[in-house]
Design a protein around this ligand. Structure first.
Ligand SMILES: *Cc1c(COP(=O)(O)O)cnc(C)c1O
Length: 366
């Protein structure tokens, strides 16, 4: 705690590394390599390095700036751009990334031109939409045709493989059937082009379900993992899917430390006529009588959603927040707080995503 400035995001490299090692080991056992996705923590190169040390064979982000930082930091594995590129950034994609995920012919044409100009070969992974309805070709005949086109007509592009994304927009579960469908599409393309593909990328954290259940089709040989490595049991694998295997992982890689700026006993129901709160919402307040509360100097401007905070101390309960304040009910807690005390909060994915990019939050790597 010594000499820290608050609010502080304390990031434990060793715990991150342990999570990375666990994930990479579980995947390797099933013939799957791990692409380490770093967008969930603002691309901190310190953690990208730990990911590589833990076994990631590639580092990926949806933001080129983060990949550029990895390059500058000397990270030696290939880099992958995982948001389909904007037409306006294809030059930079080719300059910075070794691989990109793609879902539009026009973008592939532009990437090919950019790669030609830079006298490079850029490796592309074509995305198919298996029903989650975010990116990717959903017309599978067209998908196979584009793959053939890239293979035969685009001199500066290399068709590295295909991939899919599930559980992002449509909350579609990566079932064994979905993974088989991807494997079949890969086989169809391999038959057309007369060679095998380097990469068949079966999705993100949610696709680790198939690894743990032991029914991932053999053909799937890569996953792109971001959430699980950061939050382990606090993430979807445990919370939404009940997967117990992730309980072996650390849930406190990133801990928020916030300072108490007021401690008072107040009614729990507001006094006066009620309109809307700081964000224009009608609040819901339960009258629990007088409660002891601590006010923390951190708010929704930094972490967005107060329900994503998990106090380390038992009995502390976040009851609400505005842009720059968080209200903690401490009535039932053993630990009593005073002004100036520091409260530790564990975090789920979306809170880490927001906090790691917030200028108001100091970052400390331990
Ligand atoms: C964010 C993202 C991932 C990683 O997802 P997690 O759920 O954080 O593991 C993988 N692939 C793509 C295309 C993504 O955008």
């Amino acid at each position: 705690m010594d000499n820290r400035k608050y609010p502080a995001l304390v990031i434990d490299r060793k715990k991150f590394r342990e999570n990375a090692e666990f994930i990479c080991r579980k995947c390797y056992e099933k013939g799957v390599v791990v692409t380490g996705v770093i967008k969930g923590f603002n691309g901190f190169t310190e953690l990208a390095e730990e990911y590589v040390a833990g076994g990631a064979s590639c580092i990926a982000s949806s933001r080129l700036e983060q990949l550029e930082d990895c390059r500058a930091a000397g990270i030696a594995v290939p880099l992958m751009m995982i948001r389909v590129p904007m037409l306006s950034e294809v030059d930079d994609v080719v300059r910075v990334a070794d691989y990109s995920l793609n879902s539009e012919l026009a973008t592939l044409v532009a990437l090919n031109e950019a790669a030609k100009e830079q006298e490079k070969t850029h490796r592309v992974i074509l995305m198919t939409d298996l029903g989650d309805l975010r990116e990717g070709w959903i017309d599978y005949d067209e998908f196979v045709k584009v793959a053939e086109l890239v293979e035969n007509e685009f001199d500066a592009l290399e068709l590295a493989g295909i991939g899919t994304n599930l559980g992002c927009y449509g909350s579609v579960i990566p079932t064994e059937e979905k993974m088989k469908q991807l494997a079949e599409l890969a086989a169809a393309i391999e038959t057309k082009i007369g060679r095998s593909l380097e990469i068949i990328s079966g999705g993100a954290t949610s696709s680790m379900l198939r690894i743990f259940e032991g029914d991932m089709p053999e053909k799937i040989n890569m996953l792109r993992i971001g959430e699980a490595v950061l939050v382990g049991p606090l993430g979807d694998l445990r919370v939404a899917y009940g997967c117990e295997a992730v309980d072996e992982m650390n849930d406190d890689v990133c801990v928020l430390e916030a300072e108490v700026i007021e401690v008072k006993t107040k009614p729990s129901y507001p006094i006066g006529e009620l309109g809307v709160d700081a964000f224009g919402n009608k609040g819901e307040y339960v009258d629990r009588g007088e409660r002891r509360r601590a006010l923390l100097a951190i708010g929704r401007a930094d972490y967005v959603d107060v329900s994503k905070l998990i106090p380390v101390d038992e009995g502390f309960e976040p009851v609400g927040a505005s842009g720059d304040h968080t209200i903690l009910d401490i009535t039932d807690a053993e630990r009593q707080l005073q002004v100036g005390d520091i409260v530790q909060l564990k975090l789920t994915y979306s809170a880490i995503l927001a906090l790691s990019g917030s200028r108001n939050v100091k970052k400390y790597f331990i």
